[in-house]
Design a protein around this ligand. Structure first.
Ligand code: GLY
Length: 363
């Protein structure tokens, strides 16, 4: 078992990682239940995990009530938020209660946001069931729904009280989803941990095949990196947390072009975006070309896209830059980019000229 603290003063919490943890979750949840019924919010893709969790709570004498939502990005909407908050109120959830978010990023983001606003804030616990949610979205307190104008535009920072990660739940996750989540794993190596990138190159295939030791190690390193960065810059104001957006600006343009659909999963877009960030850095003499090539080679080797065409996108440079202008990271006319001086040397550049980006994408 690995326990990683997220140190945020009064909002500090633990991320616990252990194979088989779901069936033993009651030990951790009992103090948060306060002798009351716990509400679990999940989606219909993970009903077997819901059954495991409810059986564990039952055995420990903790009553539970499940709310099962439709799977998919469309669930992160105003209508579902309204229905969920109404249901939580009907169930008598109090500010001191802890709602359990059991699922991937969609469930975590929606439930986290519902809990941020329910009675001006109630507790919640993240039990992520996708690799992407385990290594990224369940940790750090970003919560949101989508609006007509774009993804994650309505939200709040609201930290969970506990994150329980059971790597075994990934056994039932489709390989494409595991691979997409892996993009966020390799991201931590590219940001500031070159030794971890070396490890990724050597161990990615084992990890994707579900080797327990490789999987647990990758999750622990990723969560530790995320916990450190979030503790340094909880609300993305100093620039430290912005590093976690490596690949996300180029990636966002690709995702927008794909209509934020299953045509291109978020992690796939991030993979292509990271390769583009390295290629852009190399093209501008900021990073060795060999590092950019190494990043592309690794992503390709494990079946992730390493550029626009590889991501299945045929839009022109103009169209992609136009998508960038609608990125929520736009700040007074500039768009912050994460570039690199090499593998493990990512930095924030707020002076990138979009005309240069357009020329790079058109080349
Ligand atoms: N996924 C980026 C962040 O949590 O800041």
């Amino acid at each position: 078992m690995t326990t990683i603290p997220v140190s945020l003063g009064a909002r500090s919490y633990d991320v616990v990682i252990e194979a088989g943890l779901l069936a033993r979750a009651a030990d951790r949840l009992k103090p948060l239940a306060r002798g009351r019924r716990m509400v679990i919010v999940t989606d219909s893709n993970v009903l077997s995990h819901l059954a495991t969790l409810q059986a564990a709570l039952d055995e420990a004498g903790i009553a539970s009530e499940a709310i099962v939502l439709p799977p998919g990005e469309a669930t992160k909407c105003w209508a579902q938020l309204e229905a969920l908050t109404d249901r939580l109120l009907d169930l008598g959830v109090e500010r001191g209660d802890h709602v359990i978010a059991l699922g991937g990023g969609v469930i975590g983001d929606l439930v986290g946001f519902a809990c941020a606003i329910l009675k001006r804030g109630c507790g919640f616990v993240q039990i992520p069931t996708t690799l992407l949610a385990q290594v990224d979205s369940s940790v750090g307190g970003k919560t949101a729904i989508n609006s007509r104008a774009g993804k994650n535009l309505i939200g709040a920072f609201h930290q969970p009280a506990l994150v329980l990660i059971d790597p075994d739940v990934l056994d039932t996750l489709p390989l494409r989803q595991v691979r997409a989540g892996y993009a966020e794993v390799v991201k931590y190596g590219l940001i500031d941990d070159p030794a971890f990138f070396d490890w990724c190159e050597a161990n990615a295939s084992e990890l994707l095949e579900g080797a327990p030791a490789a999987r647990a190690y990758a999750i622990a390193i990723s969560v530790a990196a995320k916990a450190r960065i979030v503790a340094e810059d909880e609300r993305e104001t100093t620039g430290a947390r912005a590093l976690l957006n490596l690949g996300h600006t180029f990636g966002h343009a690709l995702e927008a072009e794909a209509g934020f659909s299953d045509r291109l999963l978020h992690g796939e877009a991030v993979a292509a975006g990271m390769a583009l960030a390295f290629a852009y850095s190399a093209a501008h003499g900021l990073s060795p070309a060999a590092d950019a090539e190494r990043v592309s080679r690794h992503l390709r080797a494990i079946g992730l896209p390493d550029g626009v065409a590889a991501a299945g996108i045929s839009a022109s440079a103009d169209v992609l830059v136009d998508h960038m202008l609608h990125d929520k990271k736009m700040d007074a006319g500039t768009l912050p980019f994460l570039l690199a001086h090499g593998i493990g040397q990512t930095f924030l550049d707020t002076s990138v000229d979009l005309a240069d980006v357009r020329a790079f994408l058109a080349a």
